[in-house]
Design a protein around this ligand. Structure first.
Ligand SMILES: C[S@@+](CC[C@H](N)C(=O)[O-])C[C@H]1O[C@@H](n2cnc3c(N)ncnc32)[C@H](O)[C@@H]1O
Length: 352
């Protein structure tokens, strides 16, 4: 078994970014955007990105030799590699990703560790079932690094408004619903609701109307143009299509619902003292993490109107301080995409 080196930011540099928004925002605001765009189209630019809050998440999980860990968002494998390294030769890691391409690359990358690493293409909303199927119960730690990886932005699946690619946006191409369905089949009202709820887009109604008017919209680049014309582009920091693309991606992949479901499953899979760390990139995700951890840590989950407690709820976790972890200024300095990252960590209290 090849031994991995000591955990460091240098050795753990991997080829992804977690912050889709920041990539798009940066492209929109960067003075050299046309040169960068060329790199974007080939995927080269994205390949230089690094895992976000990697040392912090490994430290927060208190990774131990011989421990068992689950990486729910394998991506380019940065967190999985750190878990393999930290858990040493007797540790085990389960890596999940909905994207078959991420799984294929991870098989290649971790070929030397196949006796210690299990890789499964699955949505983390099925976390508990997958973990049990592969013998991962009472685990020491679970990590989520949610969102999109940089290769997906250049994958030809229409995640970026820079891409002249079909509107797909599925992490898992086995699922039926695509971005094309959302963009070309949803009613104007449904579209506006998606843009408002998942994009917090202030011009949701105007953009939804323009989208319906412009149908059929078949490519990401075309959608980007339609949104830009409808929203108006005053040369601000973020491209006007950023929020719309985020919203449609969240709808296609049901990202928020999956995260909410998976967090409760992760808590159930932990052994007492085991920890779950969640890195998120926008307030919608962070709110879900905060609420899930609050709920799991409460003595009582009865509605406020209930005169007496009838829930018999017992707290399952405690929050690990600080409540909200942020990337260091040094990390933001070398990786601008980390600036919107936030991490929350909870520790399992008792047997379920
Ligand atoms: C930000 S990347 C993770 C990067 C990884 N931590 C690394 O260091 O390379 C997020 C990954 O999670 C995957 N993903 C997002 N939502 C998912 C879900 N509900 N189930 C499984 N995988 C998901 C995406 O396909 C993507 O590859």
């Amino acid at each position: 078994m090849k031994k991995l080196g000591k955990v460091s930011k240098r050795t753990l540099n991997v080829t992804h970014t977690s912050s889709y928004d920041d990539v798009c925002q940066e492209e929109a605001s960067d003075n050299t955007s046309s040169a960068l765009l060329k790199q974007t189209e080939t995927g080269e630019r994205f390949s230089r990105h690094v895992s976000v809050m990697l040392p912090e998440s490994i430290q927060a999980l208190s990774v131990q030799p011989g421990g068992t860990y689950i990486d729910c968002t394998l991506g380019e494998g940065g967190h999985t590699e750190a878990l393999i390294q930290g858990s040493q030769s007797s540790g085990k890691v389960l890596g999940l990703d909905a994207d078959s391409e991420a799984i294929a690359r991870a098989h290649h990358r971790f070929a030397l560790y196949k006796d210690r690493v299990v890789l499964v293409q699955e949505n983390f909303r099925h976390l508990e079932a997958v973990a049990k199927e592969h013998g991962f119960r009472n685990v020491d730690g679970v990590v989520f690094d949610v969102g999109i990886n940089t290769r997906q932005l250049a994958s030809g699946r229409g995640f970026s408004f820079r891409e002249d690619a079909p509107l797909d946006m599925r992490f898992d191409t086995r699922q039926d619903l695509t971005a094309d369905d959302v963009v070309n089949r949803y009613s104007e009202h449904e579209l506006a609701k998606v843009l408002t709820e998942y994009g917090e887009e202030p011009h949701a109604r105007r953009i939804a109307k323009a989208m319906v008017h412009a149908r059929p919209i078949r490519t990401a680049a075309h959608l980007g143009q339609v949104v830009q014309s409808a929203a108006g582009y005053a040369g601000g920091r973020i491209h006007p299509a950023t929020r719309t693309f985020q919203a449609i991606r969240i709808e296609v992949n049901q990202e928020l619902k999956s995260l909410e479901d998976a967090l409760h499953q992760a808590v159930r899979l932990l052994k007492p003292g085991g920890r779950v760390a969640v890195i998120s990139f926008h307030s919608l995700e962070d709110r879900i993490v905060k609420q899930a951890f609050n709920q799991e840590s409460r003595e009582c989950v009865c509605p406020p109107s209930a005169p007496v407690c009838v829930c018999n709820h017992t707290p399952m976790v405690r929050t690990v301080e600080p409540r909200l972890w942020r990337p260091s200024p040094q990390e933001v300095g070398v990786n601008i995409r980390s600036r919107s990252a936030r991490m929350r960590v909870a520790e399992r209290l008792r047997e379920g």
